[in-house]
Structures are given as structure tokens and as C-alpha cells.
Write a protein that binds this ligand. Sequence first.
Ligand code: PLP
Length: 242
Amino acid sequence: MRWGATGRNMGWSPVIYLDHNATTPVHPEVRRVLSECLDQAWANPSSGYSAARRTRAVIDGARSAVAGLLGAEPDDIFIDTAGTESVNTAIASAARLHPEKPLVLISTIEHSACERAAMDASGESNVLRLRVDREGRYDLGHLASILAGEAPRIALASLMWANNETGVLPGIEAAAELLVEAGVPLHTDAVQAAGKLPVDVRSLPVDFLSISGHKLFAPKGVGALFVKRGAPLHALIHGGGQ
Ligand code: PLP
């Protein structure tokens, strides 16, 4: 039995669900923890009394858990509202912080969150698109030629780890090596990779990495951005430190 936003039974009860790339149901354990938090960890975590410290401990624990999933440190994790927000933050931030580098490099297979963010941040004519081969893998010859001509003018490369439509792993590791050599910072959209594949920021030289909760049995409306220590970030939303 499934209940709609209005509390009405929507009469939808799938027997077999096979579209976990689109989204996942909320895991019973997640539901249990969320319910406990709603009941017991509602105090403002910035305050000094014990109820507030309980909320702070829950938030710190959640941040550590996300960091653990990615091989990161808790301080390098920014929790936000979605994969879309994480991707937009990384791209808009790079464009904003590097006006002297007008180009953003993406690939032809990116999710619309990445493509639209790149077009908004740098303008259509400043978006470079890396081709993929017949198997959907990054064309490294094309990448090398783009970098040979344009590397100093690229504020950020944003390349996905796993493709949402085909499931193909386009080869982020080899692309990252070329980008590091060329001195171009890399954001990877790991929304379809995290939780399904080992994703460890200690073994892939990325500056930014985006994930989304609802692909990982959390409810909709939760995402996270990994920001490598020392990588500059300009937030999309200001204030709200509480
Ligand atoms: N990137 C990829 C590869 C996706 O598959 C999705 C969602 O389908 C997103 C980004 C956006 O994530 P969210 O739905 O959390 O905004």
C-alpha cells in the first residue's frame, strides 16, 4: 500500500521495481532514523543546550557517514538539496571565481543538470563538449586536443562518472589524468555511481564530486557536494550558517 502526499491511498503497489537509476524507495532503516530525528532531533543545532547538541551530533554523524561513503573527510562534505544543486554549485562557483577563464568543459552525455548549469554559467558559446566513442566512453584523443588548445582558458571540467541512461562508465579515471596534467580542475557527477560502485576521492583526483540521496534510498530533497580541501568554492546561497 502506498500513500500520496494528501494521505490518500494512491493504489500503487509495485511488485517488481527495476528503475533504481531514476530513483529508489526510502529504505526502512532510513525511514526509522528520519522518524527518530523528527521526534528527537528537532532543536536548532547552533544553540548551546543539550537538545541542540543532540541535533548537532546527528548532523555531524550524517556528514561523517557521507564522507565515509566517498573516502573523504567530514569537513569536505556540503549537504544540500539534490544532485542538481551540487552540480550547479560546482559549475557556477568555478565560473564565478575565474572570470579570466571563460570556458567550461563538459561531455556530450552529461545530465541536463550539468549541461544547463554550464550554459547558464558561461554561455552557450563557451561550453566545450567532449565527444564519446561508439561505446559511450570519453574520446581521449578529443580531450587531449581540446586541452592542447584551450586548457588555460577552462575554469572547470565537469564529466560524469556513470551515465544515467545507459549505465556506461565513460572512463572518468583516464580523463581525470589528462585534466590533472593540463591543470584543469575537475568536477564529477557521481550521482549514478555512488552506492553502486566504489567511489573514493583518495584514488581519483577530483576537486568536486556530486551525489544525490534519492538514488541511495534516502528521500527526495537531499544531496551532497564533496569539495577537495583547499579548492575554492563560491556558494550559490549565502547566509544560513545556522
Ligand atoms: N546527475 C545524474 C547523472 C542524474 O542521473 C541525476 C538524476 O537523475 C542528477 C544528476 C540530478 O540529481 P537530483 O535528482 O538529485 O537533482
